[in-house]
Design a binder for this molecule. Sequence first.
Ligand code: AP5
Ligand code: MG
Length: 213
Amino acid sequence: MNIIIFGAPGAGKGTQSDLLAKNFSLKKISTGDLLREEINNKSDLGKKIKDLIEKGQLVSDEIIIDLIENIFKDQNKNFNFVFDGFPRTLKQAEILEKKLKNYNEKIDFVFNLEVNRDEIIKRISGRIFCTKCNKIFNNHFNSPLSSEHKCGDSYLKKRADDTVEVVEKRYDTYIKQTAPLIKFYIEANNLHTVSGLSSINEIFGQITSLIKQ
Ligand code: AP5
Ligand code: MG
């Protein structure tokens, strides 16, 4: 089973993808995480994309498609993915479809998490993540203090692109370059729109029941 979690910055893609990966034994592919890893490792690719990401722009389709192709090549026919933040342009969506076809695979569900701009800005301004276990938290909604997070506060960090100024740019980029994909997936007949404003568990419950229907 292959799933896309789609939505604006801060819609909850990473949060829901982690739950799906854990509960349905899927491999989470977050292009944002992969790109941040390149930046942290100071690789040639990381140096090339750092500025773009910190300005809230998309990296090129070619870079993303290379990342995905490398993952597909290593899969040995075991395709059970949850894609988080990919595809993000029409070109990426078309190439993903073609590549999956080459492996006799397809996208089974696209879940579009709908969240308004004000909520996004509030969520992003409160987001922190653990550099050790990669778990995502929120100072306003989902505090590491109230969860079973064991790594300790010293590992908690904010993302470099999580300032209000950059989030506004990321949101504009989403509206211009990514939101048009909604039409593509409506036409492909596998889009399910879910309100991203409910609680994390309620949203996961809705997604789970759509999968099991
Ligand atoms: P990426 O890392 O994908 O960032 P994004 O799309 O901006 O999304 P976020 O990770 O900010 O939010 P999310 O939807 O995952 O929300 P989360 O679950 O964390 O991409 C970063 C950059 O990389 C892009 O800007 C671009 O430059 C580049 N890039 C990546 N992929 C690319 C591609 N395919 N093509 C080109 N460029 C690409 O939740 C947010 C916060 O809210 C958290 O604190 C969480 O705890 C909280 N929260 C979650 N759900 C709820 C809820 N239901 N109620 C209350 N709080 C909640
Ligand atoms: Mg994310």
